[in-house]
Ligand binder design. Structure first.
Ligand code: ADP
Ligand code: ADP
Length: 232
């Protein structure tokens, strides 16, 4: 599904060059569930931004779904993000004045999909995350875990092949975080959805099939999770 070869990313901070990533090699197959770990400043966000086509490598090769991403124009990158990738964030990023259903429909409005079809697909996405009943609540009327489930439903509604999640449980208590991971595992196992998440929590990383550990912009270690954590 995606392959990075010797990917580097340099930032200019005043006169100083910062090597956020130094020669990352990483392959992710379709149907994988990968957790990226590492201390603050190790390059996790930079790597996720590159994988998500929000940023380009300064050097190296990035191939996503057989396309060489680093050569594409900004508008093609935007197309790939829309067609291919769903994003989930630590702080949910829901619009406060819209109810759950309308938040989930939003990406489909931008794509010009008609009301009836939007409604059908949003309802199916909300059902897939177990939120079939609270669809007319606004974010402020939902718990943190419920808000994150709405955000996951929104990430699913465009039928992406890849879900990218940046600290998806970072704002949640540990039991709620485990429930969110159970949803990811279900989507991964039952729908074959590819998931790449960044987390600093060891017990959250273990819900994945593989753990990539970054240190100072390099892959320090890669592990296969032996016993996939039982579903909660
Ligand atoms: P992490 O997500 O693991 O905390 P980041 O990818 O955010 O790490 O950052 C990696 C390194 O790159 C850090 O030293 C950070 O300060 C630096 N960095 C990240 N983004 C920028 C930027 N836009 N400009 C300058 N330096 C940056
Ligand atoms: P998080 O811990 O949530 O990953 P970060 O602190 O790593 O957040 O970074 C938040 C945002 O700020 C990221 O988009 C990153 O690229 C940017 N950033 C991080 N470090 C720097 C820096 N030294 N200079 C400018 N931007 C930075």
């Amino acid at each position: 599904m995606l392959k990075l070869e010797q990917v580097a990313r340099q930032y200019k901070s005043g006169q100083v060059l910062v090597d956020a990533l130094k020669g990352i090699d990483l392959s992710v197959e379709q149907g994988d569930f990968v957790s990226i770990m590492g201390p603050s400043g190790s390059g996790k966000s930079t790597l996720l931004n590159i994988i998500g086509c929000l940023d380009r490598p300064s050097a190296g090769l990035y191939e996503l779904s057989s396309q060489r991403v680093e050569k594409l124009s900004d508008s093609r990158l935007a197309d790939i993000r829309n067609d291919f990738i769903g994003f989930v964030f630590q702080s949910f990023h829901l619009l406060p004045d819209l109810d759950a259903q309308a938040n989930v429909e939003l990406p489909l409005i931008y794509r010009g999909i008609g009301a009836k079809e939007r409604h059908r697909r949003a309802a199916a996405s909300l059902e897939a995350v177990g939120l079939g009943e609270r669809v007319h609540h606004r974010p402020s009327q939902l718990s943190g875990g419920e808000q994150q489930r709405v955000a996951i439903a929104r990430s699913l509604v465009g039928e992406p092949k890849l879900i990218l999640a940046d600290e998806p449980t970072g704002a949640l208590d540990s039991k709620t975080g485990d429930n969110i991971m159970a949803i990811f595992q279900k989507l991964n196992k039952e729908q074959g959805l590819t998931i790449v998440q960044v987390t600093h929590e060891e017990n959250i990383a273990c819900f994945g099939r593989r753990i990539i550990r970054l240190l100072d912009g390099e892959v320090e270690r890669e592990e296969t999770v032996k016993e996939n954590k039982a579903e909660v």
